[in-house]
Design a protein around this ligand. Sequence first.
Ligand code: FAD
Length: 292
Amino acid sequence: MYLSELFKRKKCLFSCEIFPPKKVSDLDSVYQTVSGLQRLHPDFISVTCGAGGSAPGDNLTVKVASHIKEKYGIEPLAHLTCVNTSRSNLEKTIDLLKKNHIDNLLALRGDRVSDYGATDFAYASELISLIRQRGDFYVAAACYPERHPESRNKSEDILHLKEKVEAGASHLISQLFFNNNDFYTFVEDVRAIGINVPIEAGIIPAVDKRRIERIVSLCSATLPTKLLNILNRFENDQDALFEAGIDYATEQIMDLISSGVQGIHLYTLNNPAVAEKIVKNIGGLLMEVNGK
Ligand code: FAD
């Protein structure tokens, strides 16, 4: 099933993101994560690709995505990156995804690695065009409420975002952010230039100080003073930080849902306990807006 069907049925989706293992021998631990998440009934589960050293579009993303679909009947969204690989490798991966009945792809450029080898694609928009030519897929793409770190300014970034939609992206998932006003301003700007596809808000609960600092330094998201104070105050008390981080993310999500966001995409970092707490907090409101 294409994810477009879900947007027809619900006002606000709830999706989770996980990453595959680096080695086949670690697949079972990721399958445990999937087992924990499926109990929360997410609308779809996305599976990253390439991040953390494994080959772009490697079979582990395909394996985990297939497992989600076959074992639980939940739609997977398989991530596919296009830099640091060749057109023919991408074509093979796209064909493999189709063979495994994966209908939904998140087309990404990926981060540039200098010593990786052939790169036939410079931007995600080119990958989106290839996927569209190659098969019958639903394609989503990434967007950046605070702009992509390589962009000179927000308007230039949004113009390139429009190219991705024109190339065939039907749905956008945002980079994580901690200040909802950044997201609201971004959505206004994006709508103003005629991008009308659904946009999901990417949320990461800040339950681990070192991990959050590392992620934020990689993606250049801004840490608001309130959250910075929480991270500093509870840095030596893991349980208290867990509660405070969940509370911060819950507040963010409740505000987004109340403001009409079309989806919440939870970066779970393969921790179902975090997702479970969030769902416990927001489940009622989600059911209310979706009329269930
Ligand atoms: P693009 O859309 O190609 O944009 C990259 C930069 O190039 C932007 O600054 C853009 O403005 C600019 N640009 C685009 N087109 C042009 C043009 N024609 N001329 C000049 N400049 C242009 N990474 C992984 O490795 N694996 C994953 O699984 C993964 N999942 C992600 C999921 C989400 C929801 C998000 C938000 C990010 C994810 N990433 C992942 C990170 C992503 O790969 C990086 O942020 C990457 O640097 C950019 O990818 P993109 O698809 O947004 O690139």
